[in-house]
Design a protein around this ligand. Structure first.
Ligand code: NAD
Length: 508
């Protein structure tokens, strides 16, 4: 058993260090519990409908001012935010560990991701650019200009409690937008801490309008207030597919834009030529990291029958020996599930898998401390005879379903035969297999990797997935365009008025 330090005191001291006023996490209606031991670590104040409306109105006012600043100046605010995040990395990373339960190196990694996107966005603020396009008319010029869009609404999930905000906010802010954030009701403390760091950056920048970045605390209804507000032209929503199904039609009904980052059911194909030692290590991290609670967690393993036994035997050995415990302990690789509901959902999925002929190894509850309200589990490997319904569904817990394949086309078919389309990978040394997997006829996911697992993306690329994953993209590449509106401008610098397509309209 790992000794558990009092999380409540530690959370309070980290919040204070990060600049969160004590009265904002004491005495409120929403109780926050640490998955480490189930103890209450704060009581935050929820935002009612009037408060949400006021915050959005104020963000809109802030946007009207902010959009006029040159983009590189807006980038300076984001650069300063990156500096504050660097200074607060240890404290915020530890708070992520306490509130979301991910191991310390992942908590720190999450903050590093925030720093990285700030660096990226600050540079990008000098590169927002449109095309100049050849026109068919003499003495004309045609070009694209990109303009700020308005208030960007951000709804986020518990498992990346702060990084998701930064992916959206860093880009939205350099693009000239204001941001209003509805974090998960399970992780509001890290959101308050992030907002406090934003305020530090804003104070150093000087002249940042009030309301440029706001946080709304609450559950689904608070998210709905943001999604339904006419002054929010774009909502980036991260969470389950069922949440996306509720949010998408409401946004569509008012022609607002959506970036939807929803559930995944990510697979890896392991081919006969794969480096099995490398594959085993990559699979272990992708399937057990964050206790299987990443949207990109590896959930399905499709292994060639010739290497199946060796790989699955090796994985079972690693699964049996991996350290499960307090995520603050550096020896721990698997921390707790977020709560009892997650544990119940995992046990239900395992029973369903057994009923469908699955052979389950692991999956049992592990008592790492004396607290009944903490839910630690041994990650499970389930050898499945086929890709049955339970395998095709996302269960947000460390369950890895292993299946055999014989020919490559069958592996690709199995791979794509799920509703979700987020992340994927193949382990092979065969160029033809690798390239086929990446080709039009290969993986149908937004992320497709070779010889690395599906999780752990970098911020430089566009992040997101297809099908039930929602189709949105966040972070790097040209994703910034989602946060701006595009205008096409045609300029006539001649004395004639030639019309496009040779149309004639001569008036006297
Ligand atoms: P969840 O769907 O329960 O909640 C996510 C957020 O949506 C919360 O802030 C919640 O309050 C809000 N919400 C719920 N219903 C809403 C509604 N009708 N209108 C507005 N807001 C609403 O998800 P969770 O349990 O916090 O997170 C786990 C899920 O998130 C998994 O399915 C995981 O795959 C997914 N996820 C996806 C990505 C991605 O980038 N694709 C990243 C992280 C997590």
């Amino acid at each position: 058993m790992t000794p558990v330090a009092p999380v409540t005191e530690e959370a309070a001291s980290l919040l204070t260090e990060l600049g969160v006023p004590r009265d904002s996490f004491v005495g409120g209606a929403l109780e926050v519990r640490s998955p480490i031991n189930g103890e209450a670590i704060g009581r935050v104040w929820t935002t009612d409908a009037g408060g949400a409306n006021a915050a959005i109105q104020s963000a809109h006012e802030a946007f009207l001012y902010w959009r006029k600043l040159p983009a590189p100046q807006r980038g300076e605010l984001v650069r300063l935010l990156g500096e504050e995040l660097r200074a607060g990395k240890t404290a915020l990373g530890r708070l992520v560990t306490i509130e979301a339960g991910k191991i310390l190196s992942e908590g720190l990694g999450e903050v590093q991701e925030m720093i990285d996107i700030c660096t990226f966005a600050a540079g990008l603020s000098r590169q927002l650019c449109g095309l100049t396009i050849a026109t068919e008319r003499p003495m004309h010029r045609m070009m694209e200009t990109w303009h700020p869009l308005g208030v960007t609404g951000i709804v986020s999930a518990f498992n990346f409690p702060v990084a998701v905000w930064s992916w959206n906010a860093a880009l939205a802010l350099i693009c000239g937008n204001a941001v209003v954030w509805k974090p998960s009701e399970k992780t509001p403390l890290t959101a308050l801490a992030t907002q406090a760091l934003f305020h530090r950056a804003a104070a150093r920048f000087g002249g940042v309008p009030d309301g440029l970045s706001a946080v709304l605390i609450g559950g689904k209804e608070t998210g709905e207030a943001l999604v339904g507000h006419a002054l929010v032209p774009l909502v980036s929503a991260t969470g389950s597919t069922s949440m996306g199904r509720q949010v998408a039609p409401r946004l569509a009904a008012r022609f607002a834009r959506a970036i939807l980052e929803l559930g995944g059911n990510n697979a890896a194909i392991v081919c006969p030529s794969a480096d099995l030692d490398l594959a085993l290590r990559a699979i272990a991290f992708a399937a057990m990291g964050t206790a299987g609670q990443r949207c990109t967690s590896l959930r399905r393993l499709i292994v060639h029958e010739d290497v199946y036994h060796e790989l699955v035997t090796g994985l079972k050995r690693v699964y049996a020996s991996v350290n499960i415990g307090d995520p603050r302990d550096r020896a721990t690789l698997v921390g707790p599930l977020i709560d009892g509901r997650a544990f119940t959902a995992m046990q239900q999925a395992l029973s369903e898998a057994k009923a469908a002929g699955g052979l389950v190894t692991g999956g049992q509850r592990v008592h790492v401390n004396s607290h009944n309200e903490a839910f630690y589990v041994r990650p499970a490997i389930v050898e499945m005879p086929s890709q049955s319904d339970v395998v095709r569904r996302e269960t947000f817990a460390p369950i890895l379903y292993a299946m055999k394949y014989r020919d490559f086309e069958e592996a690709i078919r199995l791979h794509n035969d799920v509703p979700q389309g987020l992340a994927s990978s193949i382990f092979t040394s065969d160029l033809r297999e690798a390239e086929s997997f990446l080709s039009t006829e290969g993986s149908d996911c937004g992320i497709a990797n070779v010889n690395i697992g599906p999780s752990g993306a970098e911020i430089g690329g566009a992040f997101g997935g297809e099908k039930d994953t929602g189709g949105g993209r966040e972070s790097g590449s040209d994703v910034w365009k989602s946060y701006m509106r595009r205008a096409t401008n045609t300029i006539n610098y001649g004395r004639d008025l030639p019309l496009a397509q040779g149309v004639r309209f001569d008036v006297e």
